[in-house]
Design a protein around this ligand. Sequence first.
Ligand code: C5P
Length: 233
Amino acid sequence: MDLSSASDKPIIIAIDGFSGCGKSTLAKDLAIALGYIHIDSGSLYRSVTVDFIKRGIDVTHKESVEIALSNIDLHLALINCASNPILNGVNISEEIKSPEVAQLVSEVAALPEVRAFLIEKQRHFGKSKAVIMDGRDIGTAIFPEAELKLFIIADMEIRVNRRLKELKDKGIDVTREEVADNLEKRDRIDSSREFSPLRQANDAIVLDTSTLSREQQLQKALEIVMGVVNGKT
Ligand code: C5P
């Protein structure tokens, strides 16, 4: 497949979906194939959660949350076209993956103060196009103008298996039940919160990754991307 027009006519690609559907893996693979940058917006919410855990912030206490946010030093650094969260000068890419963070992150992400704090950090990356951002509200709230919106779905059992393997590969000891509970809990909070809930954008294309290998997902997504890029005026 000739991908050169994707760099001649760069676009914004928004990838949303439930937890553990493979959004970040697909976004990463697409970014490498297209020469775009990949921004994992979940890493920002996870980083704020790391900060709140370290400071012992009570997330139900509005004032403590506001004070913590006014003191936070967080940005994304691009390393090999991928975003790495830097909190107080330290790269916390690995720390954000812990089960402790996964347990609290959706409650933190539901806070309007946290969402407002992170909006500009995300939108900033859309200015030069050639960006793939994955998350929950990218196509609906962060880049409603994105030229391509993908909504990724996968069967629950497959999502649990993939997340369990990912954690085990990192040497993190969790049970199947804990992983399933966490995915269900995050789906529930993410889709029912008041501010920027997880929704499929009206103009999103649904991609079911349940029966697709990593390579097949990439090929399917590339066909969709090139269709959009080549159909562009
Ligand atoms: O994508 P990831 O699983 O790392 O995201 C962690 C959590 O961050 C999600 O469960 C959700 O609560 C929150 N999130 C969000 N909006 C985004 C990305 C992530 O609310 N755009």
